[in-house]
Design a protein around this ligand. Structure first.
Ligand SMILES: [Mn+2]
Length: 323
C-alpha cells in the first residue's frame, strides 16, 4: 500500500543539528518543505509588488527565526523589521538556536543586525516580549525578568482590539501528547517500497522458523499515519489548552506552519517561521489578524545599499561579530 500523500516527497532543506532531540523536528521539516510560494532567495524588489499595508500594526508575532543556523533567512527578516512597526512585538520562541550554537558557533553580521534592530525598536517605544522556545530554552530561567527593555515571559496574554484574549506560547510543551516513531517521518517512497520487499523476506524467514505472519509494513504504515496526523493533533492540543484556560484563542509557533483558523470555537494562530516560509502574524490597527508572507526584499540587502531610513543604519551600534 502507498504511504499517505503528505510524506511521499520529502524535502529537507533545513539542516538540523544532529543534537536535535525534538519529536516535532521531522514533522516540522516535512511541513517546511511542502510550503509553496516564491523561493526565499528570490529578490523580487524589481517586480514592483504591492507593498503590504498597513505597515504599522497593533501587534506582530514572530517565531522560529533560528538565529545561529545557516537555515535562518536573516536578510528577509531584517527587511520585514525595517518596513514594519508595532505597538507590541512578540518573539514567540526559537529566536536563537542555542542547540546549534552549542554545537558550532555561527553568528554572521546579519544575525547580529536582527538583535540590534529589535533593541532599536525597544528604544523607539515598541513593547517587546520574548517567550523562549525549546531551541532557546536557556532563556526560560529568566522568565519574569526584563532585559534591556525586553520582557522575558514563559507565556503572554494578548488582548485584541475587539477585547478577545489570546494565549501566546511557543507550543513545544504540547507536542508530548502525541507518541510516534519520529524517524519514520524521514521515510521516502523508495525506502517504503524497500520495506514492503523486506516484509516479504522477513515473513518468509518467519515461516521457515515456524513463526506466524507479522506485517512489518502494516506496523510501519500505522506509525507513518500517526506522524501525518501529528500536526493536526498539535494544533488541537493548543486550542484545547486555550479553551481550558478561558482564552478566546492561542498564538504559537514551533511547527513552522503559519495558520489562522477556528478549531471548535477557539482561534488557532501560528506565526510560521523565518527559516523557509518567511511569515509573521500581525494584528492590524483595525484589530484584524493576518499572516504576512515576506518572500521578497523591499530594500536592497545591507551590503548593496544604505538603509532606507537614515535612522535605520543597523551598523551604527552593531558591535563587530566576535567569531
Ligand atoms: Mn520549537
Amino acid at each position: 500500500m502507498a504511504p499517505a500523500p503528505a510524506i511521499r516527497r520529502l524535502h529537507l532543506p533545513f539542516k538540523k543539528p544532529s543534537c536535535c532531540r525534538h519529536p516535532l523536528d521531522a514533522a516540522v521539516q516535512r511541513r517546511v518543505g511542502s510550503m509553496g510560494g516564491v523561493k526565499p532567495d528570490t529578490d523580487l524588489s524589481s517586480l514592483n509588488l504591492p507593498l503590504p499595508m498597513p505597515r504599522h500594526y497593533r501587534a506582530i508575532w514572530l517565531s522560529d527565526v533560528h538565529l545561529g543556523t545557516s537555515g535562518c533567512q536573516a536578510e528577509y527578516l531584517l527587511d520585514f523589521l525595517r518596513h514594519t512597526d508595532s505597538d507590541v512585538l512578540y518573539l514567540v520562541g526559537d529566536i536563537v538556536d542555542g542547540w546549534q550554537l552549542k554545537k558550532s558557533w555561527r553568528w554572521p553580521q546579519s544575525h547580529n543586525d536582527i538583535v540590534q534592530k529589535v533593541l532599536r525598536k525597544v528604544r523607539k517605544g515598541t513593547q517587546v516580549v520574548f517567550i523562549p522556545g525549546n531551541h532557546d530554552e536557556a532563556g526560560r530561567q529568566f522568565a519574569g525578568l526584563d532585559f534591556g527593555g525586553i520582557a522575558i515571559r514563559r507565556e503572554a496574554a494578548h488582548t485584541l482590539a475587539d477585547g478577545r484574549r489570546l494565549l501566546v506560547t511557543h507550543g513545544d510543551e504540547f507536542d508530548g501528547v502525541i507518541q510516534y516513531a519520529k524517524w519514520l517521518a524521514y521515510l521516502g517512497d523508495s525506502l517504503y517500497t524497500g520495506i514492503l520487499h523486506l516484509n516479504r523476506w522477513f515473513n518468509r524467514l518467519r515461516g521457515r522458523l515456524g513463526l506466524p505472519y507479522w506485517s512489518l509494513s502494516q506496523y510501519l504504515k500505522h506509525k507513518v499515519k500517526n506522524a501525518v496526523n501529528f500536526i493536526t493533533d498539535f494544533e488541537r492540543a493548543l486550542a484545547d489548552e486555550a479553551r481550558r484556560r478561558g482564552f478566546d484563542g492561542v498564538v504559537c509557533g514551533h511547527i513552522h506552519k503559519a495558520e489562522i483558523r477556528d478549531i471548535d470555537g477557539v482561534l488557532y494562530c501560528n506565526d510560521g517561521d523565518w527559516v523557509e516560509s518567511l511569515t509573521a502574524l500581525v494584528e492590524t490597527p483595525e484589530g484584524a489578524l493576518e499572516i504576512v508572507h515576506w518572500p521578497h526584499l523591499l530594500g536592497k540587502p545591507r551590503a548593496a545599499s544604505p538603509a532606507l531610513d537614515p535612522d535605520d543604519s543597523d551598523s551604527e551600534d552593531t558591535p563587530t561579530c566576535a567569531s
